[in-house]
Design a protein around this ligand. Structure first.
Ligand code: AQP
Length: 342
């Protein structure tokens, strides 16, 4: 997968001093239960960046329609995703959280962007090729146009920073190309968005091979019952060359060991236990389950409270969409003027 043209931004206190206060945007699909890949790869940065930038986060239900066609399910997952983001630390006093389809101006901007986007750019997108293989019975047009909608999502709000996982690098690069194509044709209008990565830009799934992904069924869910999380961690593929309990382990290639880096300060000791075969994979997995449950305990509690009060969640989403109306309408007016739509 190609890297973004500009070097990605890593969040650190030093950056905060160096960068002016700018707008940041990211979206997450309500396509299934949020997993630790979403959190370690992106949501942690959503939370960190809300203190430093004007931050806008969307639950991108238009995008989810490319693979979810059950209306009730989509509605339920949209609310669950909102509750999840709030439980994980998004604060409506510091950021704007909304549902993508509640600000429909984005679909107009997407259409306008399609007129500056060569089809060949879209056909070469790796995720389009993957989705075509994963859902061959449903290769809908939305799968192809997805990156154009994503570009519109970001720059409708003139955002220039986009906290995402590395799997989104190619999409982000395409967003930059689309923006450049528009700016070249109609004059400087939009900033070129830049990715912001966490220290865990790609979290592997329980299969230890592919990225953790809702649609691949290789996830460790954040809000599943404890027994389900235990089952998911226990099913993880570890170091495939460690056959016997007494064989030395290789933490560098063991996904369980890799995940320990994010759930405690003592991962070096845990790795040492594996290398010297003092501990086995079963011990390391048990410890990881404990750590994950402990780490997410406050968020899980908060999630249960929010799900018991859907009105609270819905109000946050409604207020978020309303707050964005002036920015969205101003951008559309500017673009219409520049493109000659009068
Ligand atoms: N495994 C991952 N490692 C690091 N970051 C990840 N993200 C997703 N999986 C990982 C990041 O989470 C954000 C939200 O993802 P999304 O739901 O909008 O889309 P996605 O990347 O397509 O996530 P999934 O879980 O793989 O969903 P499906 O299976 O529905 O396509 C993004 O910033 C993403 O990079």
């Amino acid at each position: 997968m190609s890297e973004p043209a500009a070097s990605p931004v890593h969040s650190s206190p030093a950056d905060a001093a160096a960068l002016p206060r700018v707008r940041c945007f990211s979206g997450i699909q309500p396509s299934g239960a949020p997993h630790i890949g979403n959190d370690l790869g992106a949501i942690r940065n959503y939370v960190a960046l809300q203190d430093r930038y004007e931050s806008i986060y969307a639950i991108v239900d238009f995008h989810a329609l490319t693979s979810t066609h059950d209306a009730d399910l989509l509605r339920r997952r949209t609310r669950e995703m909102a509750a999840a983001l709030l439980a994980l630390g998004l604060d409506p006093a510091k950021c704007t959280l909304f549902v993508q389809s509640h600000r429909p101006e984005v679909t107009e901007l997407m259409w306008l962007f399609t007129t500056v986007t060569p089809v060949s750019w879209l056909e070469r997108t790796p995720t389009y090729k993957e989705k075509r293989e994963n859902q061959p019975e449903d290769v809908n047009h939305g799968l192809l146009t997805y990156p154009v909608l994503q570009a519109a999502d970001i720059v409708l709000y003139k955002a220039s920073l986009v906290p995402v996982g590395r799997d989104q690098a190619a999409h982000l690069e395409l967003s930059r190309e689309i923006v450049r194509a528009f700016n070249n044709r109609y004059g400087p209008t939009f900033p070129e968005p830049q990715a912001v990565y966490t220290e865990a830009p790609v979290v592997l799934g329980t299969d230890g091979v592919r990225k953790m992904s809702k649609s691949m069924g290789n996830t460790i869910e954040i809000f599943a019952p404890a027994d389900e999380i235990r089952r998911q961690v226990t099913s993880m593929v570890t170091d495939t060359e460690r056959i016997k309990r007494t064989d030395p382990g290789r933490p560098e290639v063991c996904n369980v060991c890799q995940l320990h880096r994010f759930f405690g300060d003592d991962y070096a000791e845990i790795w040492d236990g594996e290398r010297t075969a003092r501990t086995g994979c079963v011990d390391t997995k048990k410890l990881l389950v404990e750590r994950i449950l402990r780490h997410y305990a406050p968020a899980r509690e908060r999630y249960a409270e929010l799900m018991a009060s859907p009105v609270t969640v819905d109000r946050v989403l409604e207020e978020g969409a309303e707050r964005l109306r002036p920015i969205a309408t101003a951008t559309i007016a500017e673009v219409r003027e520049k493109m000659g739509l009068r």
